[in-house]
Ligand binder design. Structure first.
Ligand code: G6P
Length: 473
């Protein structure tokens, strides 16, 4: 097997398994932003990507896909339940999102998490060339950096945390809080979305491990008695902004946007929400606010519609099952109370759509609602902005989403304050074109200047700097 100088390790491979018409199986590139971002780098560096192929018990040999060497890590049905649905998405996910749902602490889940993290680390070690750079992604793999460092001290290791890192008072609930911190500190560079996430992490390290931290540096003792400096800082992730703008220029997609508005009965204001169906996204708060606006008679279904795309996610985890029931009950009630034969209050879509359709929806929407209760970044906010090449439309953005740090020209809201949210929605619905333009131009500048290629370049540059220092020693 050829060894790679750059290895990405993520819970998922950058491809999805697809069946063709004759029942054969193949692979298709996944639509995610990270995958798009890393594709050119992986091609250039002849990189390898270690990840789970997305189905239980699927054993696949390593293979080449569009210039990247893919190394599948198999998970049994039990491991999917305990490592992925359990520890990753029913312990870490709710804990790190400020306990919006109650985290479950189960020892068998932790044991599976340790076992699976070990398997990912072994797979990464087996494809990394001498002195290679390994970039580990996200909360499913927090132990991999340390496991890798122990097995392969020659590697330069980065870790990027795509979700929030909680305040110490919450983090300290985790029964395995020390092991997780030690796992992460195996990396030379630990990237976070917001400055607050990085400082929450540094505080947890000080309190739990008593290591010295200074600005973005953490002094970590190594096994041989020496110490090294790990860098923990914010690298806010972004999107491939030009590809959204290119789609937004396409005549067929513009026509589709007009058709969507037509299909909704051409209301004056189209509100839009686009989320994975997740309790962190504040979908209920948004529905409540819109329902009350209709109830109060501030808007009517002839002149306003809310389109809510809620793509299916983690459908076997109990809190997600419950949330879906709650949302669907709310949508049914609001629609039942307010719909007319010709107009609907909420057009609810529990489906995932291709990027082309998403851009058409963005172009059709006057007001984009991002009401997350907690969110690492929220890329939908950036996708909306990147698609509005006409400098129209209003972004309502929760201050609890990482994107709020950069997108200061959005209409900022606290989703818990329903009256405040309703007022912001009314203000957005009535905002004069000149103000929309002023805000959108400022937002677009931010997203275009800091796109995903700038993000990956800056993270890899930080790792390069570490490697150069090591080589000099
Ligand atoms: C978030 C996480 C990702 C994850 C994605 C989809 O964005 O940060 O790591 O891949 O959600 O969730 P899923 O559980 O389907 O991978």
């Amino acid at each position: 097997m050829t060894l790679a100088d750059l290895v990405v390790v993520a819970n998922r491979l950058p491809v999805d398994r697809v069946s063709d018409a004759d029942g054969g199986d193949g692979w298709r590139r996944s639509p995610g932003g990270l995958v798009t971002a890393l594709e050119p780098v992986m091609r250039r560096e002849d990189g390898a990507w270690v990840g789970w192929p997305g189905q239980p018990d699927l054993e696949v040999e390593p293979f080449e896909f569009e210039g990247t060497h893919l190394v599948p890590v198999a998970l049994s049905a039990d491991e999917v339940e305990n490592y992925y649905e359990g520890f990753s998405n029913d312990t870490i996910w709710p804990l790190y999102h400020d306990v919006i749902a109650a985290p479950q602490y189960r020892r068998v889940w932790w044991e599976a998490y340790v076992r699976v993290n070990r398997r990912f680390a072994e797979a990464a070690a087996s494809v990394a060339a001498e002195g290679a750079t390994v970039w580990v992604q996200d909360y499913q793999l927090q132990l991999v950096p340390q496991l890798l460092r122990t097995a392969r001290p020659d590697l330069t290791i980065g870790y990027f945390h795509h979700i929030p890192f909680p305040a110490y008072g919450l983090y300290s609930q985790l029964p395995w809080r020390r092991q997780v911190l030690e796992g992460l500190l195996g990396a030379d560079v630990i990237g976070f979305q917001r400055v607050t996430d990085a400082s929450n992490f540094a505080r947890a390290v000080r309190r739990q491990l008593r290591y010295e931290t200074k600005a973005t540096g953490i002094r970590v003792p190594d096994a041989d008695g020496t110490t090294r400096l790990a860098l923990a800082k914010a690298f806010p992730i972004s999107i491939d902004a030009t590809s959204y703008a290119d789609l937004a220029r396409r005549p067929d997609i513009r026509a589709r946007a007009a058709e969507i508005r037509e299909g909704l009965g051409n209301p004056h204001t189209v509100f839009l929400g686009v989320d994975r169906l997740d309790y962190t996204k504040g979908i209920r708060h948004r529905l409540k606010a819109f329902g009350e606006i209709l109830e109060d008679g501030r808007l009517g279904v002839e002149n306003a519609t809310l389109v809510q795309v809620a793509s299916p996610s983690r459908e076997r985890v109990e809190s997600y099952i419950q949330l879906r029931d709650e949302i669907e009950l709310m949508v049914g009630r609001i629609n039942g109370d307010h719909d007319t034969v010709g107009h609907t209050a909420i057009r609810y879509l529990h489906q995932a759509f291709p990027r082309e359709e998403m851009v058409a929806l963005f172009l059709a929407a006057d007001v984009m609602l991002v009401t997350a209760l907690r969110d690492g970044m929220n890329l939908v906010a950036k996708e909306y902005v990147a698609s509005r090449i006409d400098n129209r439309g209003v972004l309502i953005l929760s201050e609890f989403a990482g994107a709020a740090d950069e997108l200061g020209s959005a209409v900022r809201i606290n989703p818990h304050d329903i009256d405040g949210l309703k007022d912001a929605m009314m203000r957005a619905a009535e905002m004069p074109a000149a103000e929309q333009g002023r805000r959108m131009r400022a937002l677009r500048r931010k997203v275009i200047e800091n796109d995903i290629s700038a993000w990956s370049a800056s993270f890899l540059a930080a790792l390069d700097a570490v490697r150069t220092q090591k080589d000099a020693r």
